[in-house]
Design a protein around this ligand. Structure first.
Ligand SMILES: [Zn+2]
Ligand SMILES: [Zn+2]
Length: 294
């Protein structure tokens, strides 16, 4: 029996973390939506900082041809290091107000789940957040495993350390690549996205697919199909120079070659843990699957 993880529905390309003039971004919501639409995106979550003066959630768009996902970046106090949390939520309903949770991160997470939002930990490396911190925070759907803005902020772009640690502890956790675009003169847009296999082009379908893990993250290359049988993971992708399967601890299988477009990975060494795929083109662009428990 084959379990098809990716390659079932045509994917929608989207960015799940963006700022506008409603917080510290430099473009208005309609300008940001227009930029992403013209760059070939299907959806965009506008996630302005929910700090004073607290903007209402952006829920309506005047821009045709791109789906707006209402969202926010929430900053309750505080992490173990005394910093504000950076928590992204998408599919946030109109009128959602987190004021009561400014000093209650776990309450905020419960409130977001009650609103049926999808929740992720933004740029965890930037706050030094670890797996125990996230376990104490409460359940989240994903971790930003790549944040483009961080490349122009602190060079702590990588969140896989956290997603791997959570997956190793048995948590079902996704990995998303995002821009965290601000359009303030730095080239922080168009470099990290998700490809979501939603059943149709609606907010509910995108959020549902995100919660189900039916997506992968990319900087360029595509994962066209990913499937599991009892003993093998199969992958089809656009041409790459390297395909890596990583699991718990130092468990890894790699395939290196010219213009690789497929791989078959035996699952035996990943059993009892998880497996996740990274592919890399000859110019260094990567795409990543979510961790899959096997
Ligand atoms: Zn942030
Ligand atoms: Zn942000």
């Amino acid at each position: 029996m084959t379990r098809h993880l990716l390659g079932v529905h045509p994917p929608l390309r989207g960015n799940l973390h963006t700022h506008s003039t409603r917080s510290d971004g430099h473009l208005r919501p309609d300008e940001v939506l227009t930029w992403y639409r013209d760059a070939g995106y299907d959806f965009l979550a506008i996630t302005d900082h929910q700090v004073e003066p607290r903007p209402t959630i952006t829920t309506s768009s005047s821009v045709d041809g791109i789906l707006l996902i209402p969202g926010g970046e929430f900053h309750p106090e505080s992490t173990r290091h005394g910093d504000r949390w950076h928590i992204i939520a998408a599919g946030v309903p109109a009128g959602f107000d987190a004021t009561a949770f400014d000093h209650d991160p776990t309450g905020l997470i419960r409130h977001l789940h009650a609103a049926e939002a999808w929740v992720s930990i933004a740029h965890p490396s930037g706050q030094g957040v670890d797996a125990t911190d996230v376990e104490q925070l409460g359940p989240v759907h994903a971790v930003e495993i790549y944040n483009e803005r961080s490349r122009w902020w602190d060079e702590r772009v990588d969140g896989w350390y956290l997603a791997d640690a959570l997956a190793s502890r048995g948590h079902h956790i996704g990995g998303v690549a995002v821009d965290d675009a601000h359009f303030d003169g730095r080239p922080d847009h168009g470099h990290g996205w998700v490809m979501v296999e939603a059943t149709d082009r609606t907010v509910d379908a995108v959020i549902g697919a995100l919660k189900d893990g039916r997506y992968y993250a990319s900087q360029g290359p595509r994962i066209d199909a990913l499937s599991l049988t009892a003993d093998t993971l199969r992958l089809r992708c656009t041409p790459v120079e390297a395909i890596f399967a990583a699991g718990r601890g130092q468990t890894v299988r790699s395939v290196i070659g010219d213009n690789l477009v497929e791989a078959e990975i035996p699952l035996a060494s990943f059993r009892g843990g998880y497996i996740r795929i990274t592919i890399r083109t000859s110019s260094g662009q990567r795409a990543w699957s979510n961790p899959i428990h096997v």
